[in-house]
Design a binder for this molecule. Structure first.
Ligand code: LLP
Length: 423
């Protein structure tokens, strides 16, 4: 079995043992298809790299928030990293407990903080002084002690494929600038309803090498030592997510052993429980977006392949100029260089530009690869398009784990008698 779970058998692409044409006939297109065994293998690989030291993998729910995917990860022993009350709700619905949850995010509302405290989350990662004060007030109102971690911005240079996915650099909105950490530690000591239990960071996403981590870890360790020196009961060291996956054939998978060696050494030095927040690494390659070619079009000397999926279904190419490999589900002769585009009325609505691919005709199925992370979770209803179905494959079985939205879903929250109010 290929490491992604998708492979050709007799010229037809299968998800594990399920032929994708059969799945498309049953569920329709566009559809996201996830391979359960790939998620399991990725989780185990990361977990084993940290065997022997106390650690916990908190899946970043934003990468793929489907309840069945979350449940699958829970069964493997994962916790979750959440960034909203909505993600907390999903996590609890998927059977996680508060103790499995780390709450990150730069703009938590009073309601979300209260929701997290009521759920008894493991840690709330604090991202500003103002937020720390609000957490203390909310915890006092609820009569609880809020377990918090300070998210340090280590201010290191981070090389990511797109500027939008860097977070641990100077001048970003994320985390507490490292020079301000001491002041926040002091303030924590003065507040009566917060307890400083951890220090964390998150450098960015799709980080291809360990250099930023090598630069950042000593800064995180310094912050931990400082807080411990002030008597805070630090138990957790959170190194965030960001492990890269290959999107293009020449790219290589993240070097987990290298990553683990560096992180393990730092964790051992502190003796703390290590928290990891991977999103993409666990689910990206396990998923594809399955779409049907609607039309071939030739215009102004160019070839276009028009698909029934659009940027509302998978926005990464439009938003980050991200590359996704695209393969025909049934191997086809001939080749064409074409723009692969969706039906949406925006020129940014493309999956690939000038891509060489087999000469697929209308009715052919395409697999947009590496779409298990930040695919469906970033989908929208733009152009009033119902969001696609989500399907989980496990061996020779498949199940719809997210029903395709229906037309009524597009309007049901708007169909009410108007109740005009005056100020
Ligand atoms: N922890 C925190 C606090 C984060 O902000 C993120 C991602 C993660 C963990 C997980 O990072 P990962 O392991 O997945 O790289 N939509 C973009 C990615 C944005 C990532 C935002 N934060 C994309 O499609 O590439």
């Amino acid at each position: 079995m290929s490491p992604t779970g998708f492979e050709y058998r007799d010229g037809v692409l299968h998800a594990e043992q399920v032929a994708l044409p059969l799945l498309a006939a049953a569920v329709g297109t566009p559809a996201y298809v996830y391979c359960a065994n790939t998620v399991r293998a990725r989780y185990r690989r990361l977990d084993q790299a940290f065997a022997g030291i106390p650690h916990h993998i908190h899946f970043a729910v934003k990468a793929n928030s489907n309840l069945s995917v979350l449940s699958l990860l829970r069964e493997l022993g994962a916790g979750v990293d959440i960034v909203s009350g909505g993600e907390l709700y999903r996590a609890l619905q998927a059977g996680f407990h508060g103790r499995d949850v780390v709450f990150s995010g730069v703009g938590k509302t009073v309601q979300e903080i209260a929701q997290a405290l009521e759920a008894e989350v493991q840690l709330i990662n604090v991202e500003s002084e103002a937020e720390l004060v609000v957490i203390d007030v909310v915890a006092a109102r609820l009569g609880v002690m809020a377990p918090i971690a300070i998210r340090v911005n280590p201010e290191v240079t981070v090389d990511t494929p797109h500027a939008y996915i860097k977070t641990g650099e100077k001048g970003q909105k994320f985390g507490i600038p490292r020079d301000d950490v001491a002041r926040l530690v002091e303030l924590t000591g003065e507040l009566s309803h917060v307890q400083l239990r951890g220090m964390g960071m998150h450098l960015g996403s799709q980080i291809g090498n360990a250099d930023p981590l090598r630069d950042a870890l000593p800064r995180l360790l310094a912050a931990i030592a400082y807080a411990q020196g002030k008597g805070h009961p630090i138990a957790f060291m959170d190194v965030g997510g960001g492990l890269s996956v290959p999107y293009e054939s020449h790219e290589r998978d993240a070097d987990i052993d290298d990553y683990a060696t560096i992180v393990r050494a730092a964790a051992l030095e502190t003796g703390l429980t290590l928290l990891l927040e991977p999103g993409r690494f666990l689910v990206a390659e396990a998923g594809i977006l399955l779409t049907e070619v609607l039309y071939r079009k030739h215009a102004a000397g160019k070839d276009f392949v028009v698909t029934d999926a659009g940027m509302n279904d998978l926005i990464r190419p439009a938003l980050y100029q991200a590359y996704h490999a695209i393969d025909p589900v049934t191997l086809t002769d001939g080749s064409v260089a074409a723009d692969i585009v969706g039906p949406i009325c925006e020129s940014g609505d493309f999956f690939a530009k000038d891509r060489r691919l087999p000469d697929v005709q209308a009715g052919a199925l395409l697999a947009v690869r590496t779409a298990g992370a930040y695919g469906f979770s970033m989908a929208s209803n733009y152009n009033s398009r119902p969001r696609p179905a989500e399907v989980l494959v496990d061996g020779d079985q498949f199940a719809v784990v997210g029903a395709r939205e229906q037309l009524d879903d597009l309007v049901r929250l708007e169909r009410m008698p108007l109740q005009w109010r005056t100020a």
